[in-house]
Ligand binder design. Structure first.
Ligand code: ATP
Ligand code: MG
Length: 393
């Protein structure tokens, strides 16, 4: 049901409300700033108003603004709303108007809630529901419907949120991503291959408030321009969720090391390559003041990602390695990639060569990995990280 004459979007957040007063304020402010940035980035006119536990976007484009708000991390849901004076008769009138335009038969219900001190209104939420229900019923009957109230499973629900200084009438609530506003946590480096998994991992870290610094390791003859272009394209998708944060992609030259590993290391080749990449991530993290390294790995998804092998790769660095996809099935990660819009770029064919050996180790020991690994692996990693090319996103 599209709501006619909506001129505002009511934006709800969740976890922020459980924080201490001081933290809550700072996070609400951050959310408002991020929301303004998304609106501007998408060319949507709107001003953001902050109230306790809610944000409001005043706009002539409520549909577009609601879509933008439900992409902002920290937002639990958003509704296009009509604003009315917080008086019972005005609310009932508005409900009847909305029902007159939106209703197309079947049963209906009114769902009202009141916020603020008891003294703020001379009526209760139950009063809104019963008086509003009667007003809607009358309008629908006058319009030739045979209206039925069904509180359990209505075909249409008309919602009211009545606050001390204004009331809001609406017909839908669209879910947002939840999480925390980007910028309320310290940044992390993301090893972004441009495949399906790592853009999803980056999105999940953004969702918990961490700005991300993407790093792509160029695989030389094993990768190629299309492989790199995929990483750039997914970074461009991700920045739309946090356009006020820097997203420049660092490209480190890993081609030489990949070739050396392919020539000299057999079963544990991929583990040494991951260790190299983590070390590139660590060097980058220390240079940009990030606090951890993120990968798209999930337990057992590939031989390099068995629970035993993850230990051997983790040990390569002192920084924590965050793996937000750790316990997810590939299908779940793929579904999320589709939802967040990175799937298409992630699946562009790249024609790159296979680095993995035909019989990879699935239960490596650190000793076995070290025995085959080039002595200068970490030194090289630090060097290529320091020389990384920076691509503006
Ligand atoms: P993804 O896992 O991102 O879908 P993939 O399947 O090509 O890509 P994996 O072999 O599963 O890569 O690699 C595991 C993780 O290592 C990736 O999720 C990513 O975080 C990191 N990684 C792999 N290749 C690269 C690369 N060329 N540059 C940066 N990070 C990489
Ligand atoms: Mg993967």
């Amino acid at each position: 049901m599209e709501l006619p004459e909506a001129d505002c979007v009511l934006v709800r957040h969740g976890e922020i409300g459980h924080k201490s007063e001081q933290v809550r304020r700072a996070m609400e402010e951050r959310l408002a700033t991020n929301l303004e940035a998304i609106l501007t980035d998408r060319g949507i006119d709107g001003t953001v108003e902050r109230q306790r536990t809610r944000l409001f976007v005043h706009t002539d484009e409520p549909g577009e603004a609601t879509a933008a708000a439900t992409d902002a991390f920290g937002v639990v849901s958003a509704s296009p709303v009509i604003q009315v004076e917080p008086a019972l008769d005005r609310i009932c009138e508005s409900l009847a108007d909305v029902a007159g335009v939106c209703f197309d038969g079947g049963s209906f219900a009114i769902d009202a809630r009141r916020a603020g001190p008891e003294s703020a209104h001379e009526f209760s939420s139950k009063d809104i529901e019963s008086n509003g229900g009667a007003a809607v019923w009358q309008t629908l009957e006058d319009a030739g419907f045979d209206p039925v109230v069904d509180l359990d499973d209505p075909d249409a629900t008309f919602y009211v949120e009545c606050r001390p200084d204004r009331a809001y009438v609406f017909t839908e609530t669209r879910p947002g991503p939840g999480g925390l506003p980007v910028g309320t946590q310290e940044p992390v480096v993301v090893l972004l291959s441009g495949g399906i998994d790592s853009p999803v991992a980056a999105w999940k870290m953004l969702r918990r408030g961490c700005p991300v610094v993407p790093v792509y390791v160029d695989l030389g003859t094993y990768g190629g321009p299309d492989h790199q272009a995929r990483a750039v394209a997914t970074a461009e998708d991700l920045v739309t969720y946090a356009p006020n944060f820097e997203f420049d992609l660092r490209i480190a030259s890993g081609g030489e090391m990949v070739e050396r590993l392919a020539e000299t290391v057999e079963e544990t080749r991929m583990l040494s390559l991951r260790r190299f990449m983590l070390a590139v991530g660590e060097q980058t993290a220390s240079s940009v003041d990030a606090v951890g390294i993120v990968t798209g790995e999930a337990i057992g998804q590939k031989s390099s990602q068995t629970s035993a092998n993850l230990r051997v790769t983790d040990i390569a660095v002192d920084y924590p390695v965050f793996r937000p996809n750790l316990t997810e099935d590939k299908a779940e990660i793929t579904n999320l990639a589709r939802d967040i819009g990175t799937f298409e770029e992630s699946t562009i064919p790249t024609g790159c060569n296979r680095v993995a050996p035909s019989l990879p180790e699935t239960k490596a020991t650190l000793e076995a990995v070290r025995a085959q690994e080039p002595d200068d692996l970490f030194e090289q990693a630090r060097e290529v990280a320091d020389r990384a090319e920076v691509v503006e996103i």
